[in-house]
Design a protein around this ligand. Structure first.
Ligand SMILES: [Zn+2]
Length: 262
């Protein structure tokens, strides 16, 4: 947690909300009002004003030096998933290539069928036009997505850590995946392995491949030792093996996936 104060401060500074035109907001509010007859929330208004689901996206350059045209959004909340932080969503940090969005939606549909009682969170993606997404090194061209590590406590799904917002990035786990502030909570490695396998299959159906997964190196053995681990090992999905201590230490509460266009 030694980097927490500095990173949190910088992260908060980087989450400036983008302005919407009054006309766009009014049209969106009318659309939403006609859908459920209630005042739309800020994230619903933001989604409808920015989802851009009619034009194909163009990811340019690389995940670490790139940009994106016609980026799209996933809804803030779906049937079994949601974005992890309202300020980050409204700050324009959840944009992605439309093929990535289709892949994520397909993966959450598959998870809903396999685990109907389970909920999932996705985390930061890219800016609307890509480029640097501080403090991430990648996330520049709409092909990178962070996923919150699902948690387990007493053999049941645990959502106690889901409401931390940006602070979730800085919680720590030991090298067996146990949460350092509460040893009853640990990472559900089997859910991560399953999700990665489902993402690989969904990515292929949407013209993508998984380029690489970033996950804390000391936890890879636990991932492979989970029930879906052997299948994950055979899948060919590359999980990085050479990370700096800072990057390594930050990738336990979440796993990062870079996609590649086929
Ligand atoms: Zn990431």
């Amino acid at each position: 947690m030694k980097y927490l104060p500095i990173l949190l401060m910088l992260f908060a500074l980087s989450c400036n909300s983008q302005s919407e035109t009054p006309q766009a907001t009014t049209a969106v509010e009318e659309q939403l009002h006609s859908v459920h007859g209630q005042k739309p929330s800020a994230v619903e208004r933001y989604y409808l004003a920015h989802k851009n689901d009619s034009l194909p996206s163009k990811s340019l350059g690389t995940v670490s030096n790139g940009s994106i045209e016609n980026a799209t959004l996933l809804p803030f909340r779906g049937e079994n998933y949601r974005y992890f932080d309202t300020a980050s969503y409204l700050g324009g940090r959840a944009f992605m290539n439309n093929r990535v969005a289709a892949t994520l939606e397909m993966s959450y549909d598959s998870l809903a069928k396999l685990n109907p009682d389970r909920n999932y969170c996705y985390m930061e993606c890219s800016n609307q036009h890509g480029g640097k997404l501080f403090p991430h090194h990648t996330h520049q061209n709409g092909l990178s997505v962070d996923f919150m590590s699902p948690m387990i406590s007493n053999n049941a799904a645990c959502y106690d850590l889901d409401e931390l917002g940006a602070g979730h990035y800085f919680i720590d786990f030991d090298d067996r995946g146990t949460y350092e502030d509460n040893p009853e909570i640990s990472i559900d490695f089997n859910q991560i392995a399953l999700h990665l396998l489902i993402l690989q299959s969904a990515a292929q159906k949407n013209g993508l491949l998984i380029e690489k997964v970033i996950f804390k190196m000391e936890l890879r053995d636990e991932l492979y030792a989970s029930p879906y681990g052997p299948e994950l090992r055979k899948s060919g999905i590359y999980i990085t093996r050479n990370l700096t201590p800072l990057i390594n230490g930050l990738h336990d509460d979440h796993y990062h996936v870079d996609f590649r266009l086929k």
